[in-house]
Design a protein around this ligand. Structure first.
Ligand SMILES: *Cc1c(COP(=O)(O)O)cnc(C)c1O
Length: 327
């Protein structure tokens, strides 16, 4: 921070929730550090963070630092606000930065560790942060090839403005909330409240009955009928068949799906669901055969299961009842 030719200044601003004792203690620690001899101008704590302070910070800052503990970043709107002001983000790949970082509009701190301790993740992130600052960010900031302007830094500022601003903004947020949530909610209100709330009462009764009947649902006899399932070539299809016991449930009110994806340590990576169609009438005991085909689009090790979910034209969300039965 006190380098004679390439100094760095950290500016902190923020408020902890009144009942967030750990947050308040952290701010005290930062404040104490900023009072240490020799660091008074290198670490600055700006009190009473609010939109007045935020606006001025955004307009003046070169680099916006954000290092949440994954996956606790709810969104990270402040980094989005830095970009249109020419600020460059240096952030853990969490919250919005997972989508916003494109490899050339800022920096990503650390590597994501799947099963290490929090302390280990913190150590990895801290070491990455110092490496990035020392070896990439500070040299780039101070490099003035023409003796006047930090040309590479300016290019990063342009890329930050160009790539972040059109995507992460209030206009898009309000538009998407309106199209995806508010308008469907308003339409659903109209539909449900018409005729003395007829549709709402009907859906409510259907939900109660479905919850009562659901424990009878069973999937058995899942088979691949066209192939030796050990090996299949790209471009071919797997014909999947399953026997589904629905008991008292109307087949019109269930959806049967093959859920498939690349096998990764026992999990399915990037899974997709393909609907299976009813291919037989009930056998008298409420059993049906469902079939469908799943394309093999890429090579690798793939797996699938079959699942049954309830469905009704008035549901607002596919998994609203939280009922699902797997093979
Ligand atoms: C942007 C902003 C926030 C939100 O910041 P995050 O980094 O998204 O948590 C909070 N307070 C003020 C005053 C802001 O301007």
């Amino acid at each position: 921070m006190n380098d004679a030719t390439r100094p760095v200044q950290f500016i902190f601003a923020g408020k902890a929730h009144p009942r967030d004792e750990a947050g308040k203690a952290l701010i005290q620690e930062v404040y104490k550090f900023s009072r240490e001899p020799g660091l008074e101008t290198r670490i600055v704590f700006v009190e009473d963070y609010d939109s007045y302070i935020a606006r001025r910070l955004m307009q003046g800052v070169d680099l916006w630092l954000n290092h949440p503990l994954r996956p606790l970043e709810a969104s990270g709107t402040s980094g989005m606000k830095a970009a249109p002001n020419g600020g460059i983000n240096l952030s853990v790949l969490d919250g919005w930065w997972r989508e916003g970082f494109n490899g050339s509009n800022g920096w990503a701190i650390g590597a994501e560790i799947d099963d290490g301790t929090t302390e280990f993740q913190n150590e990895v992130d801290a070491s990455s942060l110092y490496q990035l600052l020392e070896n990439q960010i500070v040299p780039l900031y101070y490099a003035k090839p023409d003796g006047k302007l930090p040309l590479a830094w300016l290019q990063l500022m342009r890329e930050s403005i160009r790539s972040v601003t059109p995507l992460f903004n209030t206009q898009r947020m309000v538009k998407e909330y309106t199209e995806q949530l508010y308008i469907p909610a308003a339409q659903a209100y109209e539909n449900f409240s018409r005729d003395g709330c007829g549709a709402a009462k009907h859906l409510s009764q259907w939900k109660t009955q479905t919850r009562t009947d659901w424990p009878q649902v069973q999937v058995s006899d899942v088979q691949v009928i066209n192939k030796d399932r050990q090996s299949i070539s790209v471009g071919e299809f797997l014909q999947i068949s399953a026997r589904v016991h629905l008991g008292a449930l109307d087949p019109q009110h269930v959806r049967v799906e093959a859920y498939h994806g690349e096998v990764d340590n026992g999990d399915l990576r990037n899974p997709t669901a393909t609907v299976l169609n009813q291919s037989s009438q009930a056998d008298g005991n409420g059993n049906y055969i469902y079939q469908g085909s799943v394309p093999a689009t890429e090579s690798g090790t793939y797996g699938f299961s079959v699942r049954v979910v309830p469905t009704h034209p008035c549901l607002m969300q596919a998994h609203e009842l939280r009922l699902i039965t797997w093979s």
